[in-house]
Ligand binder design. Structure first.
Ligand code: FAD
Ligand code: DLZ
Length: 509
């Protein structure tokens, strides 16, 4: 065997990959904490610290197994660009054979492919992480006009046998989405989330020394509470299975100022860095559902749909639609992101809470991302490039393949309806229905055009009116346009004037 270097990226920490089945004296694994990877977006400090800490532990784990690992910490990596760092190390160790696990991102793939021009023989292998393949995605939708998550999801249910009863869906129904929308009862709080603890003080010092710019807070570096190794990740998941799984389905879309994770599992960081396997997660969830009596089907199916359905589907869309997808801007939105997205300092309680917890924890649950911040950004006509950059930086689990598809596609409808069949927008009615954000908010959720009216209300109607040419024929929006058209011309004019005023002073909301 020729001497070979194998790169392990910060989101490729799969301990069960076949690369590690036996150590080889001909193989050197390369891992770099690297400037350009740490700065392509304004990353949250917890994301950088979490990734570096997980990478360091992964390198140690491989070394303990007898593998040769060349690890470069951020102050040690002199080359800013990833390909330069790789090239420098390969010259030092004298290898021309380079192997990569397929990166999840178009940008990184093209950086790695460039190394061929430097004379390397390069080879890509699977990450052995995802449940589906790209071929499966394209074959599922061959000849089809629309790409529905549901179609792909059902195929994967059938192929994997997950939540199946022979050829039929377990329980008789494929999708229990309609039973995933309860508001939390008053004074009801979920069990406190299980938080592991890692001391990341040293990592933090290195990030500071290397002058990596970051956003957000990391209050207690001695007790970092995102998983930094598979043991911690599985502990979080097992704890969630035990205590939170039963009510995941009911309260999947609920929102409250009193909690930051509710019944959500907080495993996205561990999944996206590949510390844990999505198939194993789904199987464990199914096993618990079949064994226990306290887990209803709307929880089991609702949870498995997120991973086997949405996560796999979004990856398929990413590779099918990029790079064009990354430039789409259906509504031609061009406003700047309001400054308070970086501080959480706004009078809108819903935004201030969702942004505030994102800065504090590097996390917001799905409905906060979609129906709180995403909703506001779409109604306010913010440039999707600005929106993407914010989401890509702020969340601990944000990696482009799963961020951009959710942001530009599902949330901002910038793809013109490729992922979502209608824009996910809502007025204050929705906020009131699904949570307690409107209680004691400085804005009035019930009115549209008064001085203290919730900005979401006029922005909501104005969004539909100004985009009538693009949305008016959408069969799912008939009711919205009929309601608007019944308003008096004075009311319509007041709405449009109020919305124009708000859009002029977004930074002051
Ligand atoms: P749970 O609610 O417990 O769900 C379990 C798992 O299902 C998640 O860990 C995740 O792996 C998967 N999942 C759930 N929803 C989705 C989805 N829409 N797409 C793909 N996978 C899903 N998810 C990311 O992993 N990274 C991102 O950068 C990201 N950006 C988002 C941006 C926007 C605007 C929106 C609307 C959603 C985004 N999501 C992203 C999807 C989802 O919000 C997160 O996966 C979820 O909040 C992570 O928290 P959790 O692990 O507690 O999830
Ligand atoms: C996100 C990230 C960060 C912050 N830092 C590094 C790093 O220093 N070294 C590395 O190998 N990977 C890092 N990553 C993850 C990569 O950016 C990731 O490989 C791409 O996002 C591809 O999905």
């Amino acid at each position: 065997m020729k001497n070979t270097a194998r790169l392990i990226l910060g989101d490729q920490l799969n301990p069960n990959h076949s690369w590690y089945s036996a150590p080889s004296e001909h193989v050197t694994f390369l891992m770099f904490e690297c400037h350009d990877e740490a700065t392509y977006a304004p990353h949250h400090i917890q994301k950088v610290a979490g990734i570096f800490s997980a990478m360091r532990q992964f390198a140690k784990h491989l070394q303990n197994q007898g593998h040769t690992v060349h690890y470069s910490t951020i102050p040690m990596t002199r080359q800013k660009a990833l390909d330069e760092a790789i090239h420098y190390s390969c010259v030092q160790i004298g290898v021309l054979n380079l192997e990569f696990q397929e990166p999840d991102e178009v940008r990184v793939r093209s950086i790695l492919e460039k190394l061929e021009h430097k004379g390397y023989h390069i080879n890509f292998v699977s990450t052995e992480h995802f449940i589906s393949t790209q071929k499966e995605f394209t074959e599922t939708f061959k000849g089809k006009k629309t790409f529905l998550m549901e179609t792909f999801y059902r195929n994967l249910r059938k192929r994997t046998g997950i939540l199946m009863d022979g050829k039929q869906p377990l329980g008789g129904t494929w999708n229990y989405d309609a039973q995933n929308r309860k508001k939390l009862p008053k004074n009801h709080l979920p069990p406190a989330p299980y938080l592991p603890s890692t001391d990341v003080s040293e990592v933090l010092e290195d990030i500071k020394e290397a002058k990596i710019p970051t956003i957000g807070l990391l209050k207690d570096p001695k007790h970092f509470y995102w998983p930094t190794n598979p043991i911690q990740a599985w502990e979080i998941f097992e704890n969630w299975l035990e205590y939170a799984f039963p009510l995941f389905g009911d309260f999947q879309d609920a929102m409250t100022v009193n909690d930051w994770a509710l019944y959500h599992s907080r495993i996205s960081f561990a999944l996206n860095t590949k510390m844990i396997s999505p198939l194993e997660v789904c199987k464990k969830a199914e096993e618990a559902f079949r064994r226990r009596k306290d887990i209803p089907i709307n929880a089991a199916e609702g949870f498995i749909r997120q991973i086997l359905g949405w996560r796999e589907f979004m990856r398929g869309v990413y590779w099918h639609r990029m790079p064009e997808f990354g430039t789409e801007n259906y509504f031609g939105h061009d406003r700047k992101l309001p400054e308070w997205f970086w501080t959480g300092k706004t009078k809108m309680k819903c935004q201030s809470h969702a942004i505030g917890q994102s800065l504090t924890h590097g996390y917001a649950h799905h409905i906060q991302r979609l129906m709180v911040t995403g909703n506001f950004l779409l109604l306010a006509g913010i440039d999707p490039d600005e929106v993407d950059l914010w989401y890509l930086g702020i969340y601990i689990d944000a990696f482009e393949w799963v961020e951009i598809t959710n942001t530009r596609g599902m949330s901002q409808f910038a793809d013109g309806g490729w992922i979502a069949t209608k824009p996910y927008v809502a007025s204050a009615n929705y906020m009131k229905k699904m949570g307690d954000y409107c209680d004691n908010c400085q804005y009035n959720p019930k009115t549209k055009t008064d001085k203290d009216s919730c900005p979401l209300n006029s922005l909501y109607w104005d969004f539909f009116e100004r985009n009538r040419d693009k949305l008016g024929n959408n069969f799912r929006l008939g009711m919205v346009y009929r309601t608007y058209d019944k308003m008096s011309s004075e009311q319509k004019q007041a709405i449009s004037q109020k919305a124009a005023e708000l859009l002029e002073q977004l930074n002051q909301l």
